[in-house]
Ligand binder design. Sequence first.
Ligand SMILES: Cc1cc2nc3c(=O)[nH]c(=O)nc-3n(C[C@H](O)[C@H](O)[C@H](O)COP(=O)(O)OP(=O)(O)OC[C@H]3O[C@@H](n4cnc5c(N)ncnc54)[C@H](O)[C@@H]3O)c2cc1C
Length: 306
Amino acid sequence: MTENKYDVIIIGGGPAGLSAGLYTSRARLKTLFIEKAAIGGMIINAGLVENYPGFADGVSGIDLTQAMFKQATKFGMEMLSADVTGLRIDGKNKVVATSQGDFSAGAVIIAGGSERQKLDVPGEVEYTGKGVSYCATCDGAFFRDKIVAVIGGGNAAVTEALELTRFASRIYVIHRRAELRATKIVQEKAFAEKKIEFIWDTVVTAVVGDAFVKKIKVRNLKTNKESELAVDGVFVNVGSQPATGYLQGVLTLDAVGAIVVNDRMETGVPGVFAAGDIRSGSIRQTVGAAGDGAVAAVNAGKYLGE
Ligand SMILES: Cc1cc2nc3c(=O)[nH]c(=O)nc-3n(C[C@H](O)[C@H](O)[C@H](O)COP(=O)(O)OP(=O)(O)OC[C@H]3O[C@@H](n4cnc5c(N)ncnc54)[C@H](O)[C@@H]3O)c2cc1C
């Protein structure tokens, strides 16, 4: 075995990857876990997770995934901070190309989750990091006593708006429809929150500022009326897509780009598994991702034993 050779490589450090890593490392499989950003994945954006079993009073997404990471590394899982850019199948050997070089393994579990969709309006790219953000947990504290807009109407958007009430003085939730897609319990909390104001049937058409964001231009889809809104920050949460760009042509993807798997989390390539939000048919919840990770890990172990 060369230094870069593992039994299992796990791509992605969210709940699916962390759960898979716990199972493979506890099964004494030499495991490398690769994450390009913060450990924990998308759920670190949730202030309080109320629907992960075992926590009657809820648990913060950060605390939950830090505990998962501690548990997996306790059994010997190795961690690499790198961006995975490619996957090559060389018979039984799988080569994972990363920003830190190539690593190979007998089995690979892909748990890269999803990436936030962009608004795709003028000013968005220019002001990213200067008022435009895709992560309330990471950037919310920069907006203490400021006015911010959250764009989107799903669970993730409304949860982020609630998270931002800890910092911002006023939060506009701007949604293209007349009602939210978030679950009832999340909606009830948001409607009861005095700092949150909803702006319905409206889209953002531009982000404007000088050194930092100063305002957004918006358009009401019913009246077509254009107007401006003074804000210090813009949190974009208009959906997400599977993080499978580097897997095109390697694995079978569905119409939205998610990895097609069977109920053992096997992709069409023997020894390559997918788990969590990145796989086709996922319920896109933390408990589902953790379950998928365990299924993929157990079946990766069986594959290696064959
Ligand atoms: C604001 C918000 C609130 C939420 N609230 C809840 C909730 O209350 N309850 C609930 O059950 N779920 C909730 N969710 C959904 C939950 O976060 C996801 O279902 C869950 O995180 C999916 O886990 P995952 O491991 O599949 O993917 P992710 O959590 O997305 O993790 C994937 C990881 O892979 C990494 N990665 C991706 N590509 C690469 C690459 N090429 N190289 C290296 N690393 C890579 C990413 O950086 C990321 O850390 C919420 C989501 C958001 C955004």
